[in-house]
Each structure stands twice: as C-alpha cells, then as structure tokens.
Design a protein around this ligand. Sequence first.
Ligand SMILES: *[C@@H]1O[C@H](CO)[C@@H](O)[C@H](O)[C@H]1NC(C)=O
Ligand SMILES: *[C@@H]1O[C@H](CO)[C@@H](O)[C@H](O)[C@H]1NC(C)=O
Ligand SMILES: *[C@@H]1O[C@H](CO)[C@@H](O)[C@H](O)[C@H]1NC(C)=O
Ligand SMILES: *[C@@H]1O[C@H](CO)[C@@H](O)[C@H](O)[C@H]1NC(C)=O
Ligand SMILES: *[C@@H]1O[C@H](CO)[C@@H](O)[C@H](O)[C@H]1NC(C)=O
Ligand SMILES: *[C@@H]1O[C@H](CO)[C@@H](O)[C@H](O)[C@H]1NC(C)=O
Ligand SMILES: *[C@@H]1O[C@H](CO)[C@@H](O)[C@H](O)[C@H]1NC(C)=O
Ligand SMILES: *[C@@H]1O[C@H](CO)[C@@H](O)[C@H](O)[C@H]1NC(C)=O
Ligand SMILES: CC(=O)N[C@H]1CO[C@H](CO)[C@@H](O)[C@@H]1O
Length: 877
Amino acid sequence: MRVFTITIASALLCAGAAAAQSGTSAATAASSTPWRSIPTLPSDIDQGRKLLANLEDPNAKSAQKLCPGYTAINLRNCPGGLSARLLLAGANCDLYGTDIDQLSLRVLFGPKSRLNIRILPAEIPEGQESWYDTKEDYLRRTVNGIHFNPADSELDFQLNSSPFEFSVVRKSTGDVLFSTKGSKLVFENQFLEFRTELPEKYNLYGLGEVMHSIRLGNNYNRTIYSADVNDPLDENLYGSHPFYYEHRYATLKDGSKKGYAHGVYLRNLHGQDILLREKSLTWRTIGGMVDLTFYSGPTPADVIADYVKTVGLPAMQQYWTFGFHQCRWGYSNVSDLKGVIETYKSFNIPLETIWTDIDYMDQYRDWTNDPVTYDLEAFSAFLDKLHADGQHFVPIVDAAIYNPDGSLYIGAVWPGFTVFPDWSAPGTQDWWTDSFQKWYNEVEYDGIWLDMNEVSSFCVGSFTPGADVRAVNYPPYAIDHVHDGHDLAVHAVSPNATHSDGSLEYDMHSLWGHLETKATYESLLKVFPGKRPFIISRSSAPGTGAWAGHWGGDNASKWLYMALSIPQALSFSMFGIPMFGVDTCGFNGNTSMELCARWMQLSAFFPFYRNHNVLSAISQEAYRWAAVADASRTAMAIRYTLLPYMYTLFHHAHTTGATVMRALSWEFPNDESLVEVDRQFMLGPAIMVTPVLDQGANYTYATFPGGKNEKWYDWYTYEARSGSNGSLANLTAPLGHIPVFVRGGNILALQHPAYTTAESRKNPWDVLVALDSEGDAYGDLYLDDGESLVQEKTVFITLEATNSLLNVSRKGQWISKETLSSVIILGVSKKPDQITFGKEKLDKWNWEEKSQVLKMTGLELVTKGGAWSNGWELSWK
Ligand SMILES: *[C@@H]1O[C@H](CO)[C@@H](O)[C@H](O)[C@H]1NC(C)=O
Ligand SMILES: *[C@@H]1O[C@H](CO)[C@@H](O)[C@H](O)[C@H]1NC(C)=O
Ligand SMILES: *[C@@H]1O[C@H](CO)[C@@H](O)[C@H](O)[C@H]1NC(C)=O
Ligand SMILES: *[C@@H]1O[C@H](CO)[C@@H](O)[C@H](O)[C@H]1NC(C)=O
Ligand SMILES: *[C@@H]1O[C@H](CO)[C@@H](O)[C@H](O)[C@H]1NC(C)=O
Ligand SMILES: *[C@@H]1O[C@H](CO)[C@@H](O)[C@H](O)[C@H]1NC(C)=O
Ligand SMILES: *[C@@H]1O[C@H](CO)[C@@H](O)[C@H](O)[C@H]1NC(C)=O
Ligand SMILES: *[C@@H]1O[C@H](CO)[C@@H](O)[C@H](O)[C@H]1NC(C)=O
Ligand SMILES: CC(=O)N[C@H]1CO[C@H](CO)[C@@H](O)[C@@H]1O
C-alpha cells in the first residue's frame, strides 16, 4: 500500500480571525463582510496544485480507462442473500488514492421491495473503519434481512464474475434497473467509481441538495457535499442526499402506458460527483464504501415511502408550526418585534410565530441576549404577552460556539474565534442540552432554528492534528465543489480535524448538521418534556426529517427562485423532510410588491410557511403593500381552513412515509406527459396548486391530469372541469388570486379559519365532498392534542361517499367538541328528493342545477356534541 504524505501549507490566517485578533470587534468584521460570503484566500493557496475540479479538467485521467476492475471469487449463498470476494484484476492504477486489493461483497434482500449491496475492503486496518463505513448511529442502515428468502423479492441480483459486473432486475417485467455491465468498479482509499447503464431519455429525480428543475437532465453533473453558499443554481448546497428515483413508462398491449419507478440510495456521505450522461450514470465519491439500496416501487410514491422508512420517518410536528411565521435579519430590538406583531394584528393578517435572526445575540454568541437591545427582563415580558396571545417565538442558533480561550479547534464565524461541538465526544450531548435548558430559563423559546451547520467557518481554521495517510485537504480527486480551488477546508471546518471517536472530519463533513439536529432534538425533549420538538435546520442528510424540517436557504428575491421553490420542496418530499418552505418574498436583495404578493400566496400551500429576508434589504412583511396584504389574507384563509388536512397529511407522513407536497407525476404515475411538471404541485391527494410564477402575468397555464373521466373542481367557484389529458389550460389569475383545484374523489374536513391556529382549532367544521365521475369520494382526518410526542388519545375519522350516501366513522378516543356547520357536495347531477342526517330529515339545503353543488347548512343542531364525536351518515336521494 502506498502512503500519501500530507504536504499542506502551514496554518493560514483568515480575514475574520485576523480582524478579531487585532481588536476589531467581531460585529464590525461581520457586518462589513457580505452575509455568508466566501472569504478571499491568499492567491498562492493553490500554488502547485490542481485548481480545476476533475470534471472540468480536460486532462483528468479516466479511471475507467486506467484501472483494472475486479474479479469475483468464492461466490456463495448466505442467509438473506449472497457474498463473494472481489480481487483486483490487474496492476494497481492508484489513480486517485490507493487501490484496495481485496474487497468483500455482501448482498442482502428483504423486505421484498428492497435489495442492499455492500462492498468494502476485505480487511480494514485498525483505526480505518470510519474511512469506509459510517456508524449506524450516524446514518441508519437500510436492510437487516437475514431471515428473508431472496426468492420472495421483487428484485433480482445478477453477477458476472470476470470481470466483476452486477445488475439489478425487476422480476415482474425483466427490466434491468441498474447494470454495471461494460464498466469497472474502482475502489481506492480516496476514490470510488461505478457506472450503470440507463435507458434513453431516462427520467431521474433527487440527488440533492441542488437548485434545479425537478427532472435532472440526460447530460448533467451533480455534486453532493454540504456547503454554506447562497443558493446558486446547479451547485452543491447545504444538505447531502445521495438518493434518486427513476421513472420509466412501459407501453402495454392496448397502447396505453404504465409507469414503473425504482429508487437507488448510496449510503455514503463523502463528497461526490454524479455524472448523468445520455445513457449512463457514473457515481464517484472521494471515500467510503459502496452501500447501495434499491427500492422496487413500482410507483414513485411507493419508492419514496420505502426509502423514507429506511432512513427515518419524518417527525410529527406540533399543530401551531403550520401557522404563518415572520422573520427577518434586522429586528434590532424588542420594540421592533412588538411593532411587527401589532401591525400584523392591525392589518388582520394571521401571525403565528415571530423569529429572530442573529440580532438578538450578545456579540453573535449562542444562548445569549444583547443586554441592551434584547434585555432579558423586557424580553421575558414580551414573550409572556406573546404566549398569552397564542403566538410563538423561534430564535436562530448558530453552529459555531464562541471560544474565549482559543484552546480548541478554531474557526471564524459571526462571534470571531469559535469552536465546533464534536458530536462524537461523550460529554457533548449533555453540554448541549444543558445550554438549551439554561437558556430556556431566561428565554422561553418555542422551537429552534439551526443555521450555519454545513458546518461553516469563514476562515480556514486550525485543528487537532490527526494521524492519517490520506491527502484529506486536497484529495487526489477534486469534486466539482461550489467553493472553487480544490481545498476542502475552504469555508468549512478543515477536513483534517479529528473527532473524539478518532474519525476525521473528511469522512464526517456532511453529517455535522444532521448530528447537530439530532442532538438538538434530544435537548428539546428535555426542555419540553413530552412535546414534539420543533426544529428547522439548514444542513441535512438522509434521516434528518425524523427530527426537523428544512428551509430553502439563502435564496434571492427573484421570480426564478420562487419558481424553483417548487422543485426544491418536491425534492425534500423525496428526501423525507416534508416540513419544508423557503424564505417567502426572497432572502437576498429587495423584493417587489408583485413578487411578494405572488410568493405569499404560493408559500401558503407549503408545509413550512415563513417570510424572511436579509439585513440590507427593504422590509417585506405581508402588510407593507396593500396588494400583498390582500393576497396574504386570501391565501392564509385557505391555508388555515386546510390546517386539519395538512395535519392529517403529516400524520400519514410520520406513520407511513407518504409525502405531503407531491409532484403531479407521483399522483398520476402512468401519465408520461407529467415527467417535467414542476410549476404545479399537489398538496396531498386532493389539492392541486397552479401559481403564477412570471412577472407581469395575470394568467397561468395548467395541465389537468387524468383524462376525460377525471374531475377537478375550482376551490373558489366549485366549477368542475375534466382532465385535459396533456394539453394546457389558460387560467385567469390576476394579482391576489392563486388557482387551486380539488381533485374529484376526495373529501376534505375543513375548519373555519381564525387569527391563530389555536383559535382555528376551536372553530366549527365544514365538509367538502368532491365526487368523482362515478359519484364516489374518500377522505380522512386525524386529530390529537396537537403537541404531545406520545398521545394518550387520538382519533382517526374516515369519510366515504358512495351511492349518494356519506358515511363518517371514527376510531379512537380523542374528542373534539366543535360542531359541524355545513356539508357541501360537488358533482351532484340531480336534485335530491330528500336529505337525511342519520334519522333526521334536513330542511336547510340548496341544490343548484348549473353548478351541480348541493349545500346543507345548520348542521350545528344535529352535531351538538361535536362534528366527530360519533360516526354519522348523510344521504341525499
Ligand atoms: C490541517 O489543515 C490545515 C489547513 O486547513 C493546515 O493548516 C494544517 O497544517 C493541517 N494539519 C495537518 C496535521 O496536516
Ligand atoms: C459535465 O462534466 C463534463 C466532464 O465530464 C464536462 O465536459 C461538461 O461540460 C459538464 N457539464 C456541465 C453541464 O457542466
Ligand atoms: C429599535 O430599533 C429601531 C430600528 O430598527 C429604532 O428605530 C428604535 O428606536 C429602537 N427602539 C428602541 C426602544 O431601542
Ligand atoms: C434595496 O432598496 C434600498 C432602499 O430603496 C436601497 O437602498 C438598496 O440599494 C436596495 N438594494 C438592492 C440590492 O437593490
Ligand atoms: C389521452 O389522449 C390520448 C390520445 O390523445 C389517449 O390515447 C389516452 O388514453 C388519453 N388518456 C387519458 C387518461 O384519457
Ligand atoms: C392566456 O390568457 C391571457 C389573458 O388572460 C392572454 O394574454 C394569453 O395570450 C393567453 N395565452 C394563450 C396561449 O392563449
Ligand atoms: C391582465 O393584464 C392585462 C394587461 O396588463 C390587462 O389588459 C387585463 O385586463 C388583465 N386581466 C385581468 C383579468 O386582470
Ligand atoms: C359506514 O362505515 C363503517 C366503517 O367502515 C361500516 O362499518 C358501515 O357499514 C358503513 N355504513 C354504511 C351504511 O355503509
Ligand atoms: C441565479 C442567481 O440569481 N443566483 C444568485 C443567488 O444569490 C447569490 C447571492 O445573492 C448570487 O450570488 C447568485 O448569483
């Protein structure tokens, strides 16, 4: 084995640290630097080194051409799958690291939709385990199927021994889903490469976090490596999600199409490039092992739910978190906050939660309040009033911790010299929890916003030297990182920093935010015993959704970013982080009245709904322009009416991995015309949203999937239209109007909106039945106390309509006392003779021939004990 010597330039000073050292306060240093900017490094930093990413380097050597590949021997069946030994099939190429001579292959099946392939060095020298495999504690394993019989799987694994190649096949169709045929496996200590063939014009989705339209192209490069950067397009951002699904369409005998989707997850968070080419996908990482899991689907919804189950089902959120959140960088004191809250109220625009960015801190240090502008006593009084009004407060917490004595790992972030918690160290969790607990005694926050956790450092820092024979700051293969220049220490903790458990930052980098989120979740469980922690994190990894939501990061106040927020959200649906939203109206730069009005309406249909912007930009609260205020009130009224539906969708996400925001192609998996649709989306199965995304437009184009027999009802007018089968409809949408349609076949339990979510929960109910063309519909409703992690009582209500009968049944003990106000049934083609609720004949109803809407009111009288305290039947015959 060849040993790499590390020849890194001696410790670098960075602008931030130098300023702090020479006595300039950190605050000044920070405000004179653009927000989250990339520091200018000495120009000689890359001297003598390759400046180009390998992907951009025309002279980069090809591992496929130069490396020998492997031969498989000792192939044997073993419990739940098979195993083999792989031997290097020729002389070392040692191209981007040191070739590993012998590998072991383990294939595991089970349950029937999953197949896991693991390849790692046959012998791992002592102390090098963490180079290759990520601890189960940090990132869950996907398959534990030793008791599963591979014959029962929906997938087949096929292997060629010499050269070693493998394929994964869908048994039911014979379709080859993944095949390394014709390519070599390259396995070096700092480089992995494998390639699969793909069908022509493949439809592939996922592989984040990157800003892009939903469908990735057939000639496209993707890099995954967590980074602190301002949402540039097509570059690696804050989170790492090496998961994709592919959607294929088979033509059946009768000429119709049937969709089949499958998923692929690489459980390896090292920096990586993924090369999408006309008929292939090449995966390259700068370390780790091959740990691939295949999910057989066959629908995108099946694939995503299966993937999400393996990485961790999303956290159930508290009810209030679905209210509207206002934030900005630049709320400079408590009276600023009060002013915002009061103004929202005076404009009658619902405000659930006020957030603070780093303004509240004392010299930008975590868990502190500025003694003047956010004086603890005044702030406490402010929070008491806020809570008494049923509203909430969420502050930011940064990753870097101020380090006055400078004894530990040094970086520079807002406070100046900082240290970074090491999640592998034994005392870290207790200290973290203790810090949150002590702070809560002073500041009664309701949730936590985790920022800068990629983990970001404004300078190339110092370190605890680690014994490593790899070139970790300048790995031989340079990923196409958003921060140019090949040095992985730029704008981050240096990859040669050593963790307490002996692992190197190089192998752990993209897990930092994930582990911080987990630690924060544990802390909040102590601060709020028994309650669901509310956390929004910037960095994420597979499974972060089990503890937190995510926001889209530092976007810009541009129309393009509003449009891209939809594919961003859909990607995070795929990644199991449904609690997603973006900085509504835009973060960087000045928004405009029109953009903000459109955006406030669009985000009202995202699970996480927050307006936030940068210090230097103009204020953009919803009341700043009359048209934005109107647009916001309209959209919020719909959102709050739909809160019980949103909450029920989260219950399903939390228990089954179902998505909340959905691409049209997930709901209509056989319709090939939808493969690129990401300017429209669905909220659950019932609601389709088609926003205006272009400046100056007062109309928008919509596809109505499903063909002639599908029914779509306009949310506002109840007017019905059928599916347009691929062709686009031109919808009128002047400022203040966002087109929303209800898909026939769904029943929605709606609650009258109020100023806060708590007040909304006390309002009467309506039921909206949107019949399909057969006259059927289905819906459900989940209710509980809205905050407890473990619920004593819950209720699950099922609403089913068929043959002019609505049958409502309930399971569970939770009682909500609010009565039923009205039932509205859409698609009733003939006037009923009689309407009965249980055994009672109803008088207050109205049917309109033109609209085919049947409306019954005054139902409070027959539901005095609460709309859902008993099952009931309503018939219109
Ligand atoms: C670790 O990397 C830093 C730069 O990020 C460098 O200054 C330092 O010398 C390196 N340490 C070792 C032990 O290589
Ligand atoms: C992707 O990488 C290839 C090199 O493999 C390069 O030639 C091409 O320009 C890159 N494509 C894009 C869209 O950046
Ligand atoms: C709070 O900050 C604002 C500027 O954002 C300033 O105009 C106002 O005077 C400050 N109020 C107090 C009480 O400090
Ligand atoms: C935003 O608007 C303010 C006030 O009009 C102006 O001073 C500032 O230059 C604008 N910023 C940008 C980035 O246009
Ligand atoms: C859509 O139209 C095509 C022909 O234009 C037809 O073959 C197909 O069945 C239609 N799809 C639906 C869902 O109606
Ligand atoms: C859609 O309608 C708008 C007016 O509402 C019109 O300006 C536009 O040209 C229409 N688009 C098409 C393709 O007809
Ligand atoms: C749409 O905008 C056009 C041009 O700005 C205007 O003439 C038209 O009346 C508008 N239509 C609606 C429905 O607002
Ligand atoms: C109503 O639903 C319940 C639960 O599914 C079922 O037991 C009952 O038979 C249904 N009633 C009618 C009239 O369909
Ligand atoms: C495409 C685009 O507008 N990207 C911008 C995103 O925001 C950052 C920071 O404001 C800019 O640097 C990018 O140009």
